[in-house]
Write a protein that binds this ligand. Structure first.
Ligand code: ADP
Length: 500
């Protein structure tokens, strides 16, 4: 029996239905329980109450999904449907996502605790836009004719889909992270097995019903919920899976690379970050203070691009930090499913909350001091205060490891040359940013910062059209833009003897 607090917004009847019985796997166009009948619970991080019971896939279920996806790939999807048919289906899916935004947003809000309005106005529309952007691609995935230097030979290339793609996604933006991978994989003509994070299994299941409604053939899209070490690992090891697209932690990515070695399947990785955000004295300080605040506290710091290392030129250090403290004092935090206009919800789980708080404690033990925040907010629900820490050094773990929570260390700098070295002195390289009105400096830093995305006088922008991914341990490959099509296609070179 679903037990939600009275002050929650009314559940959409479809959401209520979905939560009131076992949330099954979606394989070959049908909702089915795990063969083992095992289930796990998904928890509302705002209340710590169970939201729903979810089928827990293991290797047997993954194998069923691979058979279904393989069958679909070898069937009409590959051989009868034209690129134009695929475009129309993907566009239709985007329309359905927009049309059912309320349902998808409620499901992501319940699972993550993020504000409903954020899910409704950001996560869901961005997901729809992602599908819309890639809906245009099927008719534009072209090969080339190559001017080879062998007499009498004609050479051309074809771009083909890879086959069955296992897409393993995290819990921070459940629908959006899934869309980043599903849309280009579909556009390229692949079939998909989606493995949502165990903390956020719900929206993917409703998305499956939209695939059906849009008219995709059964087996093109499958959903396998379960744990990483069960369903996730089985997907990575399965010989029938041609590619793994993964977003998550570095540790899991390393396991994936090791366990994909036997099959040598394609692997693309979008991993974490410890992104440096640099504020120069010539910046618009009011914009920089607000920007640096949301660079870290947006989505509660649970973004791989969170601006968690903040470097501020010494002369303006106090002013910028005070500006951030003022901005934080206006942030309203509470359960995302209420009518209150909260800006942030809880962090995703007890494990994550304890991990974040232990980094904070370690920072304090090393001499760090919180100018705001530093504690859990309530006894129930995984709410943490937005935390700004000063008096830390670059070598501390809190400044080297990804925390994935609402914690930023603000550090002063004196030397403009030195700050570039400090910013790049990290194992990661997902994003970096700077705040300056000096045009030459902006371009110099854009060129020299080692990161896949550079934000100048802004933070956090992404767009389906603009490539996204990491340097160093932040990943392999680029998602979004036309680059993502490369991640989901194989290039074939064809030689024809035209001399007879
Ligand atoms: P986090 O620590 O933030 O939860 P993870 O990298 O563990 O990040 O999780 C991201 C996704 O990877 C989730 O869907 C999770 O279930 C999955 N996952 C975790 N471990 C494995 C694994 N060994 N093999 C495949 N997938 C995994």
């Amino acid at each position: 029996m679903l037990n939600l607090p009275d002050h929650y917004i009314d559940l959409h009847p479809t959401v209520r239905d979905l939560l009131s019985s076992e949330c099954q796997l979606y394989i070959g166009g049908q909702f089915v329980s795990a063969q083992s009948r095992k289930t796990f619970e998904t928890i509302d991080p705002s209340t710590e109450q169970v939201l729903a019971s979810v089928s827990e896939a293991d290797a047997t279920d993954v194998d069923r999904a691979v058979q279904a996806a393989r069958q679909a790939f070898e069937g009409d999807w590959r051989h009868k449907m034209t690129p134009d048919d695929r475009s129309k289906l993907i566009w239709k899916l985007a329309d359905l996502i927009d049309e059912r935004a309320e349902i998808l947003a409620q499901l992501d809000t319940l699972d993550t605790g993020k504000p409903y309005q954020t899910a409704l106005t950001v996560d869901v529309p961005l997901s729809a836009e992602h599908f819309r952007y890639y809906a245009g691609f099927p008719t534009k995935i072209e090969g080339a004719t190559i001017p080879v230097s062998t007499q009498g030979m004609f050479n051309y290339t074809i771009r083909e889909p890879l086959g069955v793609c296992g897409l393993i996604v995290p819990w921070n933006y459940p629908l959006l992270m899934a869309s980043w991978k599903i849309a280009p994989a579909l556009a390229a003509g692949n079939c998909i097995i989606l493995k949502p994070a165990e903390q956020t299994p719900l929206s993917a299941l409703y998305l499956a019903t939209l695939f059906e409604e849009a008219g995709f053939p059964p087996g093109v899209f499958n959903v396998i919920n379960g744990y990483g070490r069960g369903a996730g690992a089985a997907l990575v090891e399965h010989a029938g899976v041609n590619k793994i697209g993964f977003t998550g932690s570095v540790a899991t990515a390393q396991t994936i690379i090791r366990s994909s070695a036997d099959t040598l399947k394609r692997v693309s990785l979008e991993l974490g970050g410890k992104s440096p955000n640099i504020v120069f004295a010539d910046a618009d300080l009011s914009n920089a203070s607000v920007g640096a605040t949301w660079a870290i506290f947006g989505n509660n710091g649970q973004s791989c691009t969170a601006g968690s290392r903040l470097y501020i030129e010494r002369g303006i250090f106090d002013k910028v930090v005070q500006g951030m403290v003022d901005e934080v004092s206006n942030i309203k935090i509470g359960p995302g499913m209420t009518h209150e206009p909260y800006n942030l919800g809880p962090v995703i789980s007890e494990v994550q909350m304890n991990k974040v708080l232990s980094y904070v404690d370690e920072g304090f033990q090393g001499g760090g001091e919180a100018v705001t925040g530093g504690k859990r907010m309530t006894d129930t629900g995984y709410f943490i205060e937005p935390t700004i820490i000063v008096n830390t050094t670059d070598d501390m773990r809190i400044n080297r490891e990804e925390i994935f929570g609402p914690v930023v260390c603000a550090m002063p700098f004196d030397d403009v040359n030195d700050i570039l070295k400090r910013a790049n002195d990290t194992d990661y390289g997902l994003a970096a940013g700077l705040w300056t009105t000096n045009l030459s400096r902006a371009h110099q830093f854009a060129s020299k910062l080692q990161a896949g995305t550079i934000w100048i006088n802004t933070w956090g922008n992404t767009d389906a059209a603009s490539p996204f991914g990491g340097y160093k341990q932040s990943g392999h490959g680029r998602e979004m833009g036309k680059e993502a099509i490369d991640l989901y296609t194989e290039v074939k070179s064809v030689w024809i003897n035209i001399d007879g």
